[in-house]
Ligand binder design. Sequence first.
Ligand SMILES: Cc1cc(CN)n(C)n1
Length: 329
Amino acid sequence: RQTGTVETDAEKHDVEYLTPISIGTPPQDLIVDFDTGSSDLWVFSTEMAAKDIKGQAVYDPNNSSTSEKLQGSTWQITYGDGSSSSGDVYLDTVTIGNLTVPNQAVEAAKKVSDEFTDDPNNDGLLGLGFSSINTVQPTPQNTFFDNVKKNLDTPLFTTDLKHGAPGSYNFGYIDPAAYIGNISWTPVDNSQGFWGFTSPGYAVGTETLRNHSISGIADTGTTLLLLPKSIVKAYYSEVQGAQYDSSQGGYVFPCSPTPPDFVFGVNNGIVTVPGDMVLYAPIDSANQNCFGGIQSDTGIGFSIFGDVALKTSFVVFDAGGLQLGWAAK
Ligand SMILES: Cc1cc(CN)n(C)n1
């Protein structure tokens, strides 16, 4: 039985968190976006047109003695932000930290949308959602976590994302030094392939928790905290000068003073998003106005507890108990 840990680096404004992996023999090193909101491991590859590669590292299956083409298999994925990619599939050795999966489905991109081409630091995505939503056809493939979990001390992974600093993904163990207080546990609904859960309520600033069921997913691949419009309006009604700016596509407000904290419930515990983390990023060079880290989930069908929520906490993604654990740190 094994455990593993790997460091993940926050990009500018914590827009995404990038983590090193190795693929093939000899190992090819790529840096990818670990995404609990999807279930495909896909990478930039030598099968892409050169014009679509701008600085990214690529996987070359022909340069790996352990790659084996999954004949006839293809994949195509479109994410909530409209970005997309597609290609074909190889089985190859994938290593994350000290954990190795010998026959991991590695989805080699042939096409990627501009959002990926224009993100030079990101070489692909590693899905940590449930394998039921893997897009490989005709036979969906397992995620790295699903393949490695039988070798783990316990079938879980934890996230410790940080604000503007390297964090970590741990596999197979809960590091007691990584959090403070108690872990609040809540059951996971994986019927849509996500780490879904329902929060019992929220509070703005220091007020008491309002009862308001919020059903959403824990999604490391989404940058912001996307909540029901009514809650977002209630929050920004308490932020001086906040307004919905259609040109920015969300609520903006003066970067000073620091806005109130946002609190959401997890079972009988709470998670506090500090006001300074709701200050997502300045929208002007004078840093006068800021784009909010809390925005509406309108049109998605559920809320998304993305990096703005996750980086406040140490979070346990427990596939054994089918539960999420949130703790302060
Ligand atoms: C590339 C990517 C991943 C995700 C979240 N699952 N989004 C919204 N975009």
